[in-house]
Design a protein around this ligand. Structure first.
Ligand code: GN1
Ligand code: MG
Length: 366
């Protein structure tokens, strides 16, 4: 086993000695490992070890401060409600010197969490109940953090969901076309341009003071919720790197993006990719069940639009990265980012055809 990884693991105040470390292949940004202890074989991991991608997250110190504050706050809330804070929130493990993260001589940043056993995440939607439970978990997350002081959070990636700025970045890359890839993505580039007029709607409303800033997760993919093996409930929201002030609509929209697609985010057979209306309904029911009283009428009006916008935004980010030479999202094959873009745009187009039906569902549950 990799001695450097073991050495890194040893920097943390683990109660047990690391015996084996295994890479977890998911996630496009950080590197994640499961740490096994106590003879390892057949036992669940005890810890999660993660290298923070500091090219994406430029201030790991600020990011870790956010996570520490949010998880400490959640622990108190969950205990206060009679929940289990060891299962319902992530829990950081500090280093042996009491730091939130460990810095290596090469300038890498590492952190550790306690592993939550008897629960999993699923990359691909398993059915209506799965998305209902995961949507509830994100709704509850927002609800639990409703009185967390916004001022206590750093922007870990400024303008993360600022769609107009994402559009400008996209246009710059198209104009420069550094890899000469634009001709291979002509249809997708055109797809963006024909929709460019819609991208500033949420940001404009935020700037006019019509939509409230809240503590949001900002990366509410369906696989960022741990599902309890026994109860099937969404017990814990994970991947807290982008928890920062944002719009509730970013979280709802991003969840619909991943949670209504019965296929993989990088599925090449686009016939399998669609916005599944029954999943959408399950998500609306789950999410509004937790947030109905807190959301404003305008937020509810814009739920369907946000699903469209955030799916469009992330498709555009994949396309930008493809054109730019795959510098941001980790890829596992050539054109991986273009494939990802295509699934997102297929979803966008499908939502356009189903917009009225989606709105009627929202009306029913709001
Ligand atoms: C990235 O690393 P991962 O898979 O949790 C990205 C999200 C995208 C997502 C698309 C910090 O998240 O914004 O929606 O990929 N995270 C960052 O799958 O850019
Ligand atoms: Mg993430």
């Amino acid at each position: 086993m990799n001695p450097e990884l073991i050495h890194t693991a040893k920097q943390f105040a683990f109660a047990e000695k690391p015996e084996a470390i295994e890479s977890c292949k998911y996630g496009h940004i950080n590197d994640t490992y499961a740490v096994y202890c106590l003879g390892a074989k057949g036992t669940p991991p005890r810890y999660i070890l993660q290298r923070i991608n500091h090219h994406v997250f430029r201030r790991p110190d600020a990011l870790m401060e956010n996570i520490a504050r949010v998880t400490t706050f959640l622990r108190d809330k969950i205990s206060g409600r009679g929940g289990d804070p060891d299962r319902e929130t992530l829990n950081l493990i500090s280093t042996k010197t009491g730091q939130l993260y460990h810095t290596t001589p090469d300038g890498d940043y590492w952190r550790a969490y306690a592993y939550i056993p008897r629960a999993q995440t699923y990359q691909i939607v398993r059915g209506q109940d799965h998305v209902y439970q995961a949507a509830r978990a994100f709704g509850r997350f927002q609800h639990l953090l409703a009185d967390f002081p916004l001022m206590r959070l750093h922007d870990t990636i400024p303008d993360f969901h600022h769609t107009p700025k994402r559009l400008s970045a996209f246009r710059q890359v198209v104009a420069a076309d550094p890899q000469n890839r634009a001709p291979t993505a002509a249809a997708e580039i055109e797809f963006v341009e024909t929709r460019a007029g819609e991208v500033s709607r949420l940001i404009d409303l935020l700037e006019q003071g019509d939509l409230p800033l809240r503590v949001t997760h900002n990366d509410t993919k369906v696989d960022n919720v741990l599902i309890d093996d026994e109860s099937g409930e969404g017990i814990c929201v994970i991947d807290l790197d982008t928890v920062m002030p944002g719009l509730s609509l970013y979280d709802f929209g991003d969840f619909v993006r991943s949670g209504t697609n019965p296929a993989a985010e990088d599925e090449r057979d686009l016939a399998k990719v669609k916005m599944h209306l029954a999943y959408f309904e399950a998500i609306v029911r789950g999410y509004l069940g937790e947030t109905r009283d807190a959301l404003t009428a305008l937020e509810k009006d814009l739920l369907t639009f946000s699903a469209w916008l955030i799916t469009f935004e992330i498709g555009m980010r994949f396309l930008t990265d493809y054109l730019n030479g795959d510098r941001y999202f980790r890829i596992h094959r050539p054109e991986h980012n273009l494939d990802r873009c295509r699934t997102q745009f297929k979803l966008v187009a499908d939502m356009e055809g189903k917009f009225d039906q989606m709105q009627r569902i929202v009306e029913r549950y709001r």
